[in-house]
Structure formats: structure tokens, C-alpha cells
Design a protein around this ligand. Structure first.
Ligand code: ZN
Length: 278
């Protein structure tokens, strides 16, 4: 059996729910779970280094600069609760640029704990999986995440960003070329880049996804809802690729699409050897 996790990043209090529904209705219909990485308390003033707003804050979404808690969005909350096919992940705190690249453990801890409080206030289950903005974590953040979560989903791992106690396991992981591993009580999942992205060629996107599935037993497919609705218009050809992906995954009898929640407990549907160092 092969396993796939669909991870859509950057849902926040102001995300239009009709965007999510348009993207993921075909997944819900086919009973394919979708993991939404949710920003607990988005800061609408954050900018990329180039000075432009983040894609998830492009007009007409942003408005005046402020922090907006996921708990302050009745529309989003009622939508999420009406769609049990979504599994929520904890994505950053306010999504300031590289906010979890901080060397300060207190700052990382505060952002994680306050973020969790926003989920609690919203009446949502506190996620057991963490995703950092831009998949960027300092060593201090890595340690604080391992104290609070069971799963970290990120792009790749660098020795210099890992707690020293994890280095022997990291070395084994490199030796055996394992995409996923575990250390410090955390299951650590990498992904093969954002295969569902408007930066890629739509004509070959599904083939790249098929190739990724053939390479590993457990594949994390990352995308961003706002990429399908750029510049105040709908990128229907890109949405079509996403929906063809849903159809492809549903038709593969040897593929099971998972919720990250399923990897957060002691026992998982995935063979333990996927994470173990043997
Ligand atoms: Zn993000």
C-alpha cells in the first residue's frame, strides 16, 4: 500500500470558504481527506521580503493591518465543522516571515502556546501536527515543537538546525536515504517540494505527482489554496489539475489518502519501518 497526505497551507480567519469548497468538493465527494495547515492568529500586515503582501493576503482579503484569530471567524469555523474530511494542522502563529527561524526558544514557545490557545478558543481540536511558515525552523524551534507535537511536516532537514541529540539518528537517516524519520518523540516528514504549484507546468504536474508516488511509500503533497485564486481571478486550468489529481488518487486501489491525525498516535496505518532507522 502507498500513502498520500494532501497538505494545503495558509488557511486563516479571512480565507473565503467558497475558495476552499471549490477546490476540495471533489475530494470530499470521494472521501479523500484534506489536511489544512491553519494560521492561528494571522497578521494581515505581513509582507514578503520583496515588499508585496503574502499571497494569502492579496486583495480583497487583507484589509487594514491587524491580527485576526481563527476563533473570530464564525463563517470559517462553521464551514470547517461541516466538512469532516478536513484535518487541521497548526501552521505558524501569525505567519510573520520566517517567524520560527528564531534562535530564541522563549519566542518560539510563546508563539506555539498562544497559537494553540487560538485553536482552543475556536472550539477546534488542538492539532498534533506542526507546519512552519516556509518550512523554516531554527534548532530552538525544533526543540519546542518536539515538546508539544507528535508530527512535524516540513520540506527537508539540515543538520545545523537539528538538536545535537538527534544527530546520530539524522546520520542513519541520511545513510539509508529515508525521507521520513523520528527523533525526540516527533515523527519527521519531508516532502518533495510543492508539486501542486502555479510555478510548475500544468501539462506535466500530474505526471510529477505520479512519479513522486512511485519513489516513496508515503508522500506529502503540498499546495496553497490562494495560488488558485491569484490576481482576483480564478485559475481554472490549475484547479482542473487538482481535481484530476483527486480522481487519480481515488482510482488507485493501492493508494490510501491519510489524515495527519492518523500519524499522531502510537500506532499508525503506515508500517513503522517508514520512520524507524532499520
Ligand atoms: Zn504558510
Amino acid at each position: 500500500m502507498n500513502y498520500v497526505l494532501i497538505r494545503d497551507d495558509d488557511t486563516h480567519a479571512l480565507t473565503p470558504t467558497d475558495y476552499l469548497e471549490r477546490l476540495y468538493h471533489p475530494f470530499h465527494e470521494r472521501k479523500l481527506p484534506v489536511n489544512l495547515a491553519v494560521i492561528p492568529n494571522v497578521n494581515t500586515g505581513v509582507r514578503r521580503p520583496c515588499g508585496r503582501p503574502e499571497g494569502f493576503l492579496e486583495p480583497p482579503i487583507a484589509g487594514p493591518t491587524r491580527n485576526v484569530s481563527v476563533s473570530d471567524s464564525p463563517e470559517l469555523l462553521s464551514y470547517l465543522k461541516s466538512r469532516p474530511g478536513y484535518c487541521l494542522l497548526h501552521h505558524g502563529y501569525e505567519h510573520a516571515y520566517f517567524e520560527f527561524n528564531t534562535p530564541d526558544p522563549w519566542d518560539a514557545a510563546r508563539r506555539l502556546d498562544e497559537g494553540k490557545e487560538h485553536f482552543r478558543r475556536a472550539g477546534l481540536r488542538a492539532p498534533g501536527t506542526f507546519v512552519a511558515p516556509y518550512d523554516k525552523l531554527s534548532r530552538a524551534s525544533m526543540k519546542e515543537v518536539s515538546r508539544r507535537f507528535r508530527v512535524l511536516s516540513t520540506g527537508w532537514f539540515e543538520l545545523g538546525r537539528l538538536p545535537v541529540a538527534w544527530w546520530p539518528r539524522y546520520a542513519f537517516r541520511k545513510l539509508f536515504r529515508k525521507p521520513h524519520w523520528q527523533a525526540g518523540g516527533l515523527r519527521l516528514l519531508s516532502h518533495p517540494g510543492c508539486l501542486l504549484s502555479f510555478h510548475r507546468d500544468y501539462a506535466t504536474m500530474l505526471d510529477s505527482i505520479k512519479a513522486a508516488l512511485d519513489r516513496t511509500r508515503l508522500t506529502v503533497l503540498v499546495t496553497h489554496w490562494w495560488e488558485y485564486f491569484r490576481d482576483q481571478s480564478v485559475d481554472q486550468p490549475f484547479i482542473d489539475v487538482l481535481h484530476r489529481t483527486a480522481e487519480y488518487l481515488a482510482n488507485r486501489a493501492d493508494v490510501r489518502v491519510l489524515r495527519f491525525e492518523e500519524l499522531e498516535g502510537e500506532r499508525t496505518p503506515v508500517d513503522e519501518t517508514e520512520f524507524a532507522l532499520r
